[in-house]
Design a protein around this ligand. Structure first.
Ligand code: NI
Length: 162
């Protein structure tokens, strides 16, 4: 049968297998937290000239600080009993415990156990934060981690690989 002679009814909604029919709605919820921290961007594998050229002000040897804004988004179907994807108060407690308590008013190069050996760029921080949160959140809920280093600079991670 030529493709243009296939009866239209074959494509009507009633013909779709169950797996192709609309399923449970997926919603996204976000919690925002803040922390203030110092850091320095410096790669010890390269000389000072390379670091100064690469990082500019962010390579200043005596550190500098940012007012970080962290946004964590969960995704999935609402629980039919609660109407929640997850209690955002509980998510907030996890963010405070796993991230804020360890990073706020700290030096990200020196003081944070899970950042040891990492150049604390926003890109590397969102990956590290994702990994910390994925350990404690229910499986498959974590959708996106966003970190605002300034009101104009933001990095985000969705758990994808390049
Ligand atoms: Ni900086």
């Amino acid at each position: 049968m030529l493709w243009f002679l296939v009866p239209f009814e074959l494509f009507s909604n009633n013909q779709l297998p169950p797996s192709a029919k609309p399923s449970t709605p997926r919603v996204y919820v976000t919690r925002q937290v803040h922390f203030n921290a110092a850091h320095r961007l410096h790669n010890a594998a390269f000389d000072d000239a390379w670091n100064q050229k690469t990082y500019g002000h962010c390579n200043h040897p005596n550190w500098h600080g940012h007012n970080y804004v962290l946004e964590v988004t969960l995704a999935g179907p609402p629980d039919p009993n609660t109407g929640y994807l997850m209690d955002l108060g509980e998510l907030n407690r996890m963010l405070q415990e796993q991230i804020v308590a360890k990073c706020d008013h700290r030096n990200l190069n020196m003081d944070v156990d899970f950042l040891q050996g990492i150049i604390p760029s926003s890109e590397n921080l969102v990956i590290a934060f994702w990994n910390e949160l994925a350990r404690v959140l229910p499986p498959h809920l974590l959708h996106r981690v966003r970190l605002w280093e300034t009101p104009r600079n933001m990095a985000e991670y969705l758990g994808e690989t390049a």
